[in-house]
Write a protein that binds this ligand. Structure first.
Ligand code: NOJ
Length: 734
């Protein structure tokens, strides 16, 4: 397909059409749209007419092969130039088979499993006719009040970037023409995760250093991995809405990062420039959007209603429109849509592959790896001979897919109770109660009295997190906390399994429970994964990638905080005048990287050895499995730069390894550090590693204490390092 000659044949209206994204019901009355934002009256305010609707470029929310086929066939009958429609949707953690939510998946600390999840999601979604997924969401998050933390991979800049690449590779493969691949749309550019007060869609304000050092790298990694689209965010950054920010969309994205893919607004975010107070009308909002560099207008009607006139009046240059259309047509071409507009659509395959055994097995294994054991006072794993009382709303709730579950169906999810029945586990059960409702704790108490161990399944309903799911109280619902406290008076061991999308304030849960398993929203195979973990058929290995605060008042909280001038530990200080809360500790209740196993790992013999003249160090540590079960441990490596030109984080994750260690034995784990891991942006904008002292920490979470000091003899500039690496044609660990 010759894109330039196609462009030449297009009328202005046809070009503008390509920049518009609309709902499937415009083409298919049988479709009920998935709506997550404001919808203008489709045939009126949106600018849609009988005449132009077969000129539009893309559709949001396709979920099924027959539907995709119908829509594309009908569309192509009417589209003058035979340019196929592009089908996009939010395939965030699975299409029909639902895997754990991204924050849970991140707790696996397993890049290849993340890639596999994306691969299987793409296979299922492509069979349903999809071409683009609005994933990965790589927003860095530090505030559990924000409901969308569950869609992110956590608070660490480097780990987020590694996951970003894995998502992209899994969705796209290295060949976008493959009929089972999806183009990835990384989002939300930029810094959407830093909303003030954790309230969704709220203001973001930060220094350029903070933006570039912590928030931007994961988007860049996704782009470097080949992500074909990027979505703007709803928030302002430095007073300018991201959707109208030439700094973000032109200077950083196009000039500095050389991104040549498609940009798309978030849902109606062009129109929202009016509410942000930077546009006086929809026309002006559209003008700002296209000038800033937004190619596709998702659901606001600004381009469809006003661009034609703006071009005719020379308010907007036709070059801007041509640029955007060209990028969209190139994407369509690269997806192979001009050769086969029905690419991937396969109702038969769809039936076979959706919820296939292979995908369900993966979903179960990933759910097992995603769960994080937060506490275990010698009660887990359970023995089948123990008589248990199964209590709590999530014992039977199918609300385990999470708030962003694609085409997943709750009725297809396996509950905890289903899985116990399947495994013929005997239990007594307290009937009734949904996640949101008051619970009959009198009945639960009677049932609990008949058992040796109480298995309590608690959590937040999925509507309590996700988009627009911000909360100021991040404890479990009151009735659940009260019930737990009552059950605790029985003096029987309590195992609490938690279903939720955000870090919660778990102080009372930890106090009253003998074991706490954070299961998040585990997806379709929830119950089976939990059963296997509780009974020791699988061993918990997940570790948090987001801090669980002690109290909501600590938020935002991060393990990679900068030091303060008055740390609590400073010698000889008047304790009154140190940096602390009067009513809570400074530390998280469970820090980044935390997670227990059914065995215990100890760390010793940390050594560091510099390779000759290379500014490369080989570190090693001995990891000993002190228990009686073979298990996997996630060994974590952190570095601190104690004296620098700017204040540097107290420690930062630089690497990790998931290792298997046999019971009673040990294993030497090695790690290679190079100068690129020690670099940061200096006040003059240069990126380099300063000569001087560094501290390496090794351990099982971000609060680990085992450390060694090492010295960089000479300052290393980034350019110098990159050249050196290219010369040697090798890749570094990071
Ligand atoms: C709004 C959300 O912010 C975004 O993540 C999503 O992709 C779009 N809606 C489309 O559903």
């Amino acid at each position: 397909m010759n894109i330039e000659s196609l462009l030449e044949q297009m009328t202005l209206q046809e070009k503008i059409g390509q920049l518009v994204q609309i709902l499937p019901s415009v083409y298919d009355p049988q479709t009920s749209d998935t709506v997550t934002g404001p919808v203008a009256q489709l045939m009126e305010e949106s600018g849609l007419t009988e005449e132009n609707r077969f000129e539009l470029g893309s559709v949001i929310g396709i979920n099924q092969a027959e539907q995709a086929l119908r829509i594309q066939q009908n569309y192509l009958k009417h589209n003058r130039l035979g340019i196929p429609l592009l089908f996009m949707a939010d395939i965030v953690h699975g299409h029909r088979t639902i895997y754990p939510v991204p924050l849970a998946l991140a707790s696996m600390w397993d890049i290849s499993e993340m890639e596999l999840m994306a691969r299987q999601s793409a296979i299922e979604a492509a069979a349903s006719g999809l071409h683009v997924t609005f994933s990965p969401m790589v927003d860095l998050v530090r505030d559990a009040r924000w409901g969308r933390v569950m869609e992110s991979t956590g608070e660490d800049v480097w780990l987020n970037g590694e996951y970003a690449k894995a998502f992209v590779r899994g969705y796209q493969t290295d060949d976008l023409t493959r009929s089972d691949s999806l183009a990835a749309c990384v989002k939300h550019f930029a810094a959407y995760g830093a909303a003030e007060g954790g309230r969704d869609y709220n203001t973001v304000d930060m220094s350029d250093r903070e933006l570039r050092e912590f928030y931007l790298p994961a988007y860049l990694k996704a782009i470097e991995a080949g992500a074909r689209l990027i979505m703007t965010s709803f928030n302002v950054v430095d007073g300018v809405p991201a959707t109208a920010s030439t700094y973000l969309l032109r200077q950083i994205l196009r000039n500095e990062w050389q991104f040549d893919g498609v940009t798309i607004s978030d849902w109606s975010s062009i129109k929202e420039l009016i509410q942000h107070g930077v546009a006086g009308s929809l026309a002006e909002a559209g003008e700002k959007g296209i000038k800033a560099g937004v190619d596709i207008d998702m659901m606001s009607g600004a381009y469809l209603n006003h661009l034609e006139q703006q071009i005719e009046e020379h308010v907007v240059s036709i070059d801007l429109v041509d640029e955007a259309v060209r990028r969209i047509l190139i994407l369509k071409r690269d997806l192979g849509l001009f050769e086969n507009p029905y690419r991937g659509i396969d109702p038969e395959l769809e039936k076979r592959i959706h919820l296939s055994k292979e995908h369900r097995d993966t979903a179960r294994r990933l759910a097992e790896k995603s769960c994080v054991l937060l506490k275990n006072d010698h009660i887990l794993p359970l023995a089948e001979s123990q008589r248990i009382a199964l209590i709590g709303p999530f014992a039977t709730s199918t609300d385990v897919l999470g708030p962003w579950a694609g085409s997943g169906k709750q009725e297809e999810a396996i509950t905890v109770r289903d899985a116990l029945d399947e495994a013929n586990i005997e239990y007594v059960f307290a009937e009734g109660s949904t996640v949101d409702a008051e619970i009959d704790w009198d009945q639960a108490m009677e049932v609990a009295k008949q058992a040796e161990v109480i298995l309590l399944a608690l959590g937040e309903a999925s509507w309590m997190s996700g988009e627009a799911g911000s909360r100021t109280d991040i404890r479990l619902p009151k009735t659940q906390r009260e019930g737990l406290a009552r059950l605790a008076t029985l003096g029987k061991p309590i195992v609490t399994v938690l279903f939720n999308g955000r870090p919660l304030d778990l102080r009372d849960v930890v106090e009253h429970s003998d074991a706490v398993l954070e299961a998040w929203y585990p997806g379709t195979e929830a119950g089976r994964a939990i059963h296997r973990l509780l009974y020791g058929h699988a061993i918990p290995s997940g570790k948090l990638t987001i801090s669980f605060p002690y109290h909501v008042g600590q938020l935002p909280i991060r393990y990679d905080a900068l030091p303060t001038g008055r740390p609590m530990t400073i010698e000889g200080a008047d304790p009154r005048y140190t940096s602390k809360y009067l009513d809570a500790p400074n530390e998280a209740l469970f820090p980044f990287g935390y997670g227990l196993s059914y065995t215990h790992f100890s760390y010793s013999q940390l050594t560091l050895c510099e390779q000759s003249k290379e500014s490369i160090w080989e570190a090693s540590v001995l990891v000993t499995n002190e228990g009686t079960l073979d298990a996997e441990e996630i060994v974590q490596w952190y570095v601190q730069d104690p004296v620098a030109d700017v204040s540097r984080p107290l420690r930062q994750l630089k690497g990790y390894e998931r290792v298997f260690v046999k019971a009673g034995s040990n294993r030497e784990v090695t790690f290679r550090i190079d100068a690129s891991m020690l670099m940061y942006q200096h006040p003059d904008g240069s990126v380099k590693a300063d000569a001087g002292e560094f501290i390496l920490y090794a351990g099982s979470d971000s609060a680990c204490t085992l450390h060694e000091t090492f010295w960089l003899k000479q300052t290393v500039e980034k350019e110098q390092f990159d050249e050196h690496i290219n010369d040697r044609s090798t890749s570094t660990t990071r």
